[in-house]
Design a protein around this ligand. Structure first.
Ligand SMILES: N[C@@H](CCC(=O)N[C@@H](CS)C(=O)NCC(=O)O)C(=O)O
Length: 224
């Protein structure tokens, strides 16, 4: 029988936020036993899951070190920081304080200012309460993905720290968050044009096993 992994993660195959954590775990050579939360069946709204995350959002990570179990850690960026603090090898933040601030800022542009606008809970509200039809929902998604990615591209194009990856030659949280947005665009059949640096960086990430193995299509529950 396989040894129990140190981490337990509440996950669903196609979620962008879970992908971020999977990439970070892979980069650091860590494993998590995944607990499948079927979002299509609404399991993230179940009483049991709301005890894990009252926001009803995935992922949530539990650290079960020998002899103790952590409270659920939610919010992918908080989880990435937690993993980086507890497992500093293969860091996902740069060494300098200004670099760290830049990487956190880039990551937040996508995780805090872009992705939340296209989550199922927002789209459900827009459809059911605001009466938006499929065309209006598509325009909404295109708008927020485009605004977020073009602003991100502008920073990459104008800031000297940009390298092979978003911040120099090392994969950081900014690359993880960027890839987490790029991987969901095809699901929505959206193509944001005018982002050559983003495309180059994403192509570099896609060569890396940590990203390859985190691909939604490779996860339990993904359509064959
Ligand atoms: N800011 C959160 C976002 C979590 C989140 O919204 N996850 C999505 C899947 S990518 C979710 O569970 N959505 C449920 C819903 O919107 O109802 C994070 O980065 O962890």
């Amino acid at each position: 029988m396989d040894e129990q992994a140190r981490f337990e993660m509440f996950a669903f195959w196609r979620t962008s936020a879970t992908y971020r954590v999977r990439v970070a775990l892979n980069l650091k050579g860590l494993k998590a036993d995944e607990r499948f939360v079927n979002m299509e069946a609404g399991e993230h709204h179940s009483e049991n899951f709301l005890k894990i995350n009252p926001m009803g959002a995935i992922p949530a990570l539990i650290d079960r070190q020998a002899g103790s179990t952590s409270p659920p850690i939610t919010q992918s960026l908080a989880i990435l920081e937690f993993l980086d603090e507890t497992h500093p090898a293969s860091p996902i933040l740069p060494a300098g304080i200004y670099g760290r601030a830049r990487v956190r800022s880039l990551a937040s542009m996508l995780v805090a200012d872009t992705h939340p606008l296209i989550t199922p809970r927002v789209v459900t509200y827009l459809t059911d309460e605001a009466g938006m039809d499929a065309g209006a929902i598509r325009a909404w998604r295109v708008n927020w993905f485009t605004k977020g990615l073009l602003a991100f591209e502008q920073r990459l194009a104008t800031e000297a720290e940009t390298g092979t990856f978003c911040h120099g030659e090392q994969i950081t949280m900014a690359d993880i968050c960027l890839a987490s947005i790029k991987i969901v665009l095809p699901i929505f059949k959206i193509d944001v044009v005018g982002t050559p640096i983003i495309n180059r960086i994403f192509a570099a990430c896609e060569q890396h096993d940590a990203f390859i193995n985190a691909a939604p299509s490779r996860q339990f529950g993904a359509p064959v």
